[in-house]
Design a protein around this ligand. Structure first.
Ligand code: FEO
Length: 135
């Protein structure tokens, strides 16, 4: 993971969602960097909590968009979101209970999952959503 995971290849062209994706990737980077620098539990805990809550916030925004636009694949997309939320929440729980031996591996997994999700499934909803609910 580098300092900047964002690239134009991840852009959906929906400003609100692009900003949220950018923020999520930067939180993962921030956490990774803080761990690498051996930052204290307080700082790591604060970023982990923010990552957990911002992930939920982002998925809710996307799901609201699906609902407003009548996106037909909303249910299956939400199921995939829910599985990821479980992973992030599990990560947070492990952190809270002091079990973070493989933290870097987990962060890499979260990072790659998010990039693949944005490039894959998220990109697929753009034509439908922009046609039905173009701003
Ligand atoms: Fe941007 Fe489907 O998460």
């Amino acid at each position: 993971m580098g300092p900047t995971q964002w690239s134009d290849a991840l852009k959906l062209g929906i400003d609100e969602i692009d900003q949220q994706h950018r923020k999520l990737l930067s939180l993962i980077d921030e956490l990774n960097e803080a761990m690498r620098q051996g930052k204290g539990k307080d700082i790591l805990g604060k970023i982990t909590t923010e990552l957990d809550s911002y992930t939920k916030y982002h998925f809710k925004s996307e799901e609201r968009l699906f609902s407003n636009c009548g996106f037909p694949e909303a249910v299956s997309h939400k199921k995939i979101h829910d599985d990821f939320v479980q992973k992030v929440t599990g990560f947070k729980k492990d952190f809270d209970s002091g079990k973070l031996g493989v933290a870097t591996d987990i962060l890499l997994f979260l990072n790659n999952w998010l990039i693949n999700h944005i490039k894959g499934l998220d990109k697929k909803y753009v034509p439908f959503v922009t046609e039905k609910c173009a701003k």
